[in-house]
Write a protein that binds this ligand. Structure first.
Ligand code: ADP
Ligand code: MG
Length: 518
């Protein structure tokens, strides 16, 4: 990685402001999926053990600049306290005298969690004064919030321009895993894209098509590609205004000799609900009143066969309406195959809230090589874009060639705190790597270093809770309900979600909505 990490910083006795992504789903005042909290633990423990005063800060949901009691970080503080077995107090506000007081009282090795940053509109506005106040709390800034790295906010970019800014261990692992996909994938390399909206995924497909050997498309977004091939898709979810983009991508794939696998048969349903009538049809002429909701058996076999030798895979987006068990077969079949590939040494990286929920639902998350904590951020990274929260971190100084070849993993120690300007001047541009996609992209400096980076922390994401977010009707933006409520009734899920108490629904949906690159 060409960014300095906490391992390069001298943090003993220092106040360290750590931006984490604790944007987790809540229900009844409890965290229902703590995977993002667990993912931040290696960084927190490293800093605690190194004798830093650890100031944690995160957003939760979308309070839009106002205090919202249902989006307080107290349940997160409680969960963190349980996981770390040490007290993690939460301040009543990210700003104010009480917080300043608590900060003053901190001793080395202690942890303090600031209240939801987005209770202040200045956070998302990247307000310089707000960033300066946050910066005044600390000597060093650490960004471990990969899921928010595609956002230029006060706590991701503003503060990093004031304090010496380092990557956390989760950030390091995310960047190493995703960089490997773009820069040095073992072949054959496949991308599997599914999910609801093709418009969310066009850019990433466009970029990945220059990298992969195989592109597998499924889920709602494949319907637009079926339209592009002149097929009839009935009432299925599709974006007709994207048909030309789909055609262009198919033509580009052909030019680049990328094999594209689209569904050949599909499960169609009368309604996108549980308990509805459904059957298998060829993916050719779907009658006007039916919805495509899953892969058929022939498509599953075709995809599993196409993927059976892959050495590297990136997967984003379920291949059907997996929240309804009858329509989860395609997603499950591919997940099983990928778990098997990963166990046989392939690199399997999965990103996206619903994709992760679908494999967690099957208990396969632990088998995969890497589960990204960032949906939108992972897609933007794989689009070949620079993430503002990453660009702003300190660059790793270039090693003289002779020394670099002698040392497997160069780890220059910088003295901290350094004046940011001086630190940045001292840190020269990253060492040139074989064939970086973009000169500015975080690149893995050496193979050994990539391995070391990929190894620590051992498993970035531990088992998320079993509850998976449930189906939103393709056309509504209703907050997600829990799978449990789907099981009990055959009402359309969107209606069930809408019928939920507002606070609960917002909390449960907070993650899903941030996944939509909020
Ligand atoms: P991720 O969160 O992994 O990025 P998306 O949010 O893009 O994935 O897509 C997930 C949603 O796509 C799920 O709610 C799933 O029900 C929906 N979906 C998948 N296939 C279809 C389909 N054929 N028709 C309608 N919705 C679909
Ligand atoms: Mg999603």
């Amino acid at each position: 990685m060409d960014k300095l990490t906490i391992r390069d910083a001298d943090v003993a006795g220092k106040r360290v402001f750590v931006r984490v992504d604790f944007n987790v789903p809540l229900a009844d005042g409890r965290v229902t999926d703590d995977s993002r909290i667990r993912a931040a633990i290696p960084t927190i423990l490293y800093l605690v053990q190194a004798g830093a005063k650890v100031i944690l800060a995160s957003h939760l949901g979308r309070p839009n600049g106002k205090v919202s009691d249902s989006l307080r970080l107290r349940p997160v503080g409680q969960r963190l306290t349980e996981l770390l077995r040490r007290n993690v107090p939460v301040t009543g506000d990210a700003l104010g005298l009480g917080t300043e007081d608590a900060l003053k009282r901190m001793r080395p090795g202690e942890i303090l969690l600031l209240e939801n940053l987005r209770f202040h509109a200045e956070e998302e506005a990247n307000d310089p004064a707000f960033a300066a106040t946050l910066a005044s709390y600390a000597d060093i800034f650490v960004n471990d919030a990969f899921g928010t790295a595609h956002r230029a906010h006060a706590s991701t970019v503003g503060i990093a321009k004031i304090l010496p800014a380092y990557a956390g261990l989760l950030m390091e692992r995310e960047l190493a895993m995703l960089s490997k996909l773009l820069e040095a994938p073992e072949r054959p390399f496949a991308a599997i894209l599914g999910g609801a909206k093709v418009s969310d995924k066009l850019k990433v497909i466009d970029h990945l098509i220059t990298k992969v050997d195989l592109l597998v498309l499924g889920g709602g977004m494949a319907n637009t590609f079926l339209l592009a091939q002149g097929k009839a898709i009935g009432k299925s979810l599709a974006e007709p205004d994207r048909v030309q983009d789909a055609q262009r991508i198919l033509a580009k794939a052909e030019r680049n000799k990328v094999r594209v696998v689209l569904p050949i048969d599909v499960i169609v349903a009368k309604e996108v609900t549980r308990g509805t009538e459904y059957k298998t049809l060829q993916a050719e002429k779907i009658p006007a009143s039916w919805h495509i909701v899953d892969l058929g058996k022939a498509s599953q076999d075709l995809m599993v066969d196409a993927l059976k030798d892959v050495k590297t895979v990136f997967w984003n987006g379920p291949l059907g309406v997996f929240e309804i068990p009858s329509f989860a077969h395609g997603t499950n079949a591919v997940a099983r195959l990928l778990a098997d590939r990963a166990e046989h040494g392939a690199t399997v990286v999965i990103g996206g809230g619903d994709s992760v929920a679908s494999i967690t639902q099957q208990g396969l998350a632990d088998k995969m090589t890497h589960i990204s904590t960032g949906g939108g951020a992972s897609l933007e990274f794989l689009e070949g874009r620079d993430l503002p929260g990453v660009s702003v971190l300190l660059d790793r100084p270039k090693e003289p060639k002779a020394r670099a070849s002698k040392r497997a993993a160069p780890k220059p120690k910088t003295t901290t705190p350094v004046k940011p300007a001086a630190a940045k001047a001292a840190a020269t541009k990253p060492a040139a790597t074989k064939a970086p996609v973009k000169a500015t992209k975080p690149a893995v400096a050496t193979k050994a270093q990539a391995k070391a980076a990929a190894k620590a922390p051992a498993k970035a994401v531990a088992k998320p809770a079993a509850k998976a977010p449930a189906k939103i009707s393709a056309k509504t933006a209703a907050p997600k309900a829990s799978t449990k409520s789907v099981v009990k009734t055959s009402k359309p899920i969107a209606k069930q979600a809408a019928a939920k108490p507002a606070a609960k629904a917002v909390a449960a949906g907070s993650r899903a909505r941030t996944e939509k690159r909020s």
